[in-house]
Write a protein that binds this ligand. Structure first.
Ligand code: SF4
Length: 329
């Protein structure tokens, strides 16, 4: 996932022309050819629509190369009030731009998932949601969606929501067909969380840790994950210390570089530097290797997709191999 419409991307030394008829393009750095790259082709299911006329791409989209992703409820109780909204979030922006619909029904999701598997060999699916209430926090709508999808097609599903109030929801989500769970902290320290996401930060890190400890026995070690945005103010030590705790619980900390989205309060916030990302992902990759938590073992979801971060390369030790090659040269 390479951002192209952000201020940071505009200043990037990298450039690529649109792909040729075979899907290939040359990546340039400051005008000099660096590598041949290819782009995923437009999925075939994008050309279809439901019987009531909704294009499939408004219901779910391809992420990365083989991940189907959707936001089941495109609204959130926290979004419309700036005092509670997460400053990085654009959940209702795409709704206003009519690039999606507010609530994807279980039947619509099942129809699109079946087509994406059959036509485009999609391997797994991410169901995320805006937070509709502070009781189940979206778990119920995820259950209804997963049940319908699993009846239509055999695909691994990750559900993503805030920690539901009642831990019984974890078992209900598993029974409904959700194979992996994401509960996203977004930032590591309470100071940064309260500043960037004042509403969501009312659910403190300690509550997330409690929910992770309840969810891991249900979904399995490594099948519960969290998404942490690096570059919002947490130090590398803050992120690594929390990651160590998470890994100890059997939770995969998917750390990604923050990407500012146009139209959000953070649109001019700088993206983290490559040096900062290396200072986080290098040690984190080693921690994951030592604990034998592998993104490739995750049945479904962001950690398995991996497109938003180069963490899986560090986890596999590719950074160390590249450094050794550079030193030898
Ligand atoms: S890592 Fe998650 S959010 Fe990023 S492209 Fe993959 S599925 Fe989408």
């Amino acid at each position: 996932m390479v951002p192209v419409y952000t201020g940071t991307a505009g200043r990037s030394p990298f450039e690529a022309a649109p792909p040729d008829e075979n899907g290939f393009s040359i990546l340039l750095r400051e005008g000099r050819p660096l590598a041949t790259i290819s782009f995923p082709r437009q999925p075939r299911f994008y050309g279809l629509q439901t019987s009531d006329g909704v294009p499939y791409w408004k219901i779910a989209v391809l992420h990365g190369a083989d991940t189907l992703a959707t936001t089941v409820m495109q609204t959130c109780i926290r979004y419309t009030d700036r005092r509670t909204a997460c400053q990085f979030c654009a959940i209702e922006q795409s709704l206003r731009a009519e690039r999606t619909i507010a609530h994807k029904t279980p039947a619509q999701l099942a129809e699109v998932a079946r087509a994406a598997v059959q036509l485009d060999e999609v391997q797994h699916m991410v169901l995320t949601t805006g937070t509709p209430n502070i009781i189940d926090r979206g778990a119920s709508v995820l259950c209804d969606s997963a049940r319908a999808i699993k009846q239509a097609v055999d695909i691994a599903i990750q559900g993503q929501c805030e920690p539901p109030r009642d831990a019984a929801w974890f078992g209900r989500m598993k029974d409904a067909g959700i194979d992996a769970l994401g509960m996203h902290l977004e930032a590591a320290t309470q100071e940064v969380r309260a500043r960037i996401m004042p509403g969501k930060a009312t659910v403190p890190v300690s509550r997330y840790l409690e929910a992770f400890a309840q969810a891991v026995p249900v979904f399995g070690r490594g099948q519960v994950s969290t998404y942490i945005l690096a570059g919002l103010g947490d130090s590398a030590a803050d992120i690594l210390s929390l990651s160590e705790t998470l890994i100890g619980l059997g939770v995969y900390p998917f750390v990604v570089p923050f990407v500012p989205i146009g139209g959000t309060p953070l649109e001019n916030h700088p993206a983290p530097s490559p040096e900062f990302m290396r200072s986080v992902l290098g040690p984190l990759g080693r921690m994951l290797r030592a604990a034998r938590l592998r993104s490739s073992d995750i049945k479904a979801g962001c950690g398995r997709c991996g497109a938003c971060s180069s963490l899986s390369g560090y986890e596999a030790g590719r950074d160390a191999a590249e450094e050794a090659t550079r030193d030898a040269a």
